[in-house]
Design a protein around this ligand. Structure first.
Ligand code: ADP
Length: 399
């Protein structure tokens, strides 16, 4: 069974074609600058050269047509015809309280996703465009929606309610939803498999540390708390996002800078975090270089980041009433032994000790704690596309 995974953003679209017999990626790529001058597709067939094709893509329809053309191209394609695509899995950012798991897409489901648009106005409408265009270009091919929020729907009320007038929740749906659910779900399952233990028996803290970063407390395979909130702005200090701040800062900063609330929110999303603290550096490779060179802003930013992660790990060890495994994933979590090491320095009270040599490895499933460490610390590369493809396969086969 071949599954096409689509992650459709407002001006970009990522895709992978996965052969589910082997779970091997047959081709992957990215359409950039959709609806903007200079649009192009970057396409890599398995075992082949990465290629870039410049082509006008005024709308997502042209982008998806181009993806399908690449996949079926006689020279560099990986399938002979569209008939070889058995199903399509779509990433959808927000499923609100409506979707606690992935679902086969029907007209009714599309209506419900539309109802969640106001909760993710930048993301959900783009995800829906991807779904609608694929339905148009591939009629009859089953499609599945996989939601970033779904995994966190198991959080108890005490974890998701904010201390606001209750109508904020009952009337306006304001609550903690959490994001990166597909990644947290994948990693918490993979950890159990990797350690050879039933997922039901494990208390795991997953640290998804990428440009966007979040932490999730997983008890027996279920999310019980997570650091992102009503939006992906909450929780950890991130690449360009502030994470949690005192809410009274909004009005104070707006007055000081002469900004509207909406402009302050843009500052919090795009000009804060590592970028804001250093005046322009959000990539951890640059930050680490600055740290080594003694750049004080980079040192401060990295210290803030690592301390914040450790603080959430401590909070979630309390939520879980103990912790068996801490798993690092995503760009920083998978690649930076330096950051992992600094975070774990705070966790000695949990009986954690780190094997420096193991911690210098990256990009593979590894245990970085010593055999006598009271908590197992590991690195588990995330794979959201594969998780989407697995959910899609399971739902389509069960139909
Ligand atoms: P997102 O999907 O949220 O855009 P990623 O999971 O791709 O983010 O992670 C991007 C982050 O990972 C960047 O800050 C980048 O610097 C960091 N990263 C990637 N490779 C390394 C590395 N070798 N060392 C340190 N940080 C790295």
């Amino acid at each position: 069974m071949n599954i096409l995974v689509i992650n459709c953003g407002s001006s970009s679209l990522k895709f992978q074609l996965i052969d589910m017999t082997t779970e091997a990626v047959q081709a992957k790529g990215l359409c950039e600058r959709i609806g903007i001058d200079g649009s192009r597709i970057v396409y890599t067939p398995a075992g082949g050269e990465k290629m870039t094709i410049e082509s006008p893509m005024p709308t997502h329809t042209e982008a998806i047509k181009l993806v399908l053309d690449c996949l079926t191209n006689a020279e560099y394609g990986v399938i002979k015809s569209l008939k070889e695509i058995n199903a399509v899995g779509h990433r959808v950012v927000h499923g609100g309280e409506k979707f606690a798991s992935s679902t086969i897409i029907t007209d009714e489901v599309i209506k419900v996703i539309e109802e969640c648009n106001e909760l993710a106005p930048l993301h959900n409408p783009a995800n829906l465009i991807g779904i609608n265009v694929c339905r148009e270009l591939m009629p009859g091919v089953p499609m599945v929606g996989v939601f970033d929020t779904a995994f966190h729907q198991t959080m108890p009320k005490k974890a998701y309610l904010y201390g606001l007038p209750i109508k904020a929740y009952t009337d306006y749906k304001i609550r903690r939803y959490g994001f990166h659910g597909t990644s947290h779900s994948f990693v918490s399952k993979r950890v159990a498999e990797f350690l050879g233990k039933p997922v039901e028996d494990l208390k795991t803290i997953v640290c998804h540390l990428g440009n966007g970063a979040s932490i999730c407390a997983v008890d027996g395979g279920k999310s019980v708390d997570t650091s992102m909130g009503f939006t992906p702005l909450a929780g950890l200090v991130m690449g360009t996002r502030s994470g949690d701040i005192d809410p009274a800062i909004l009005e104070y900063y707006a007055n000081k800078e002469g900004l509207t609330l909406s402009e302050v929110t843009t500052v919090l999303n795009k000009k804060s975090g590592m970028e804001g603290l250093t005046g322009g550096k959000s990539d951890f490779r640059d930050l680490e270089e600055g740290y080594e060179a003694g750049d004080q802003a980079c040192i401060d930013a990295i210290e803030v980041f690592c301390y914040n992660v450790a603080r959430f790990v401590g909070a979630y060890a309390a939520s879980l009433n103990g912790v068996d495994v801490i798993a690092f994933t995503a760009g920083i979590g998978e690649n930076s032994g330096f950051v992992r090491g600094k975070i774990c320095e705070y966790l000695g009270y949990l009986g954690i000790t780190i094997d420096a040599e193991q911690n210098s490895k990256r990009g593979e499933d590894i245990i970085i704690s010593t055999p006598d460490s009271k908590v197992t610390v590991c690195v588990i590369p995330t794979n959201e596309e594969l998780m989407i493809a697995r959910d899609t396969k399971a739902l389509v086969e069960a139909q």
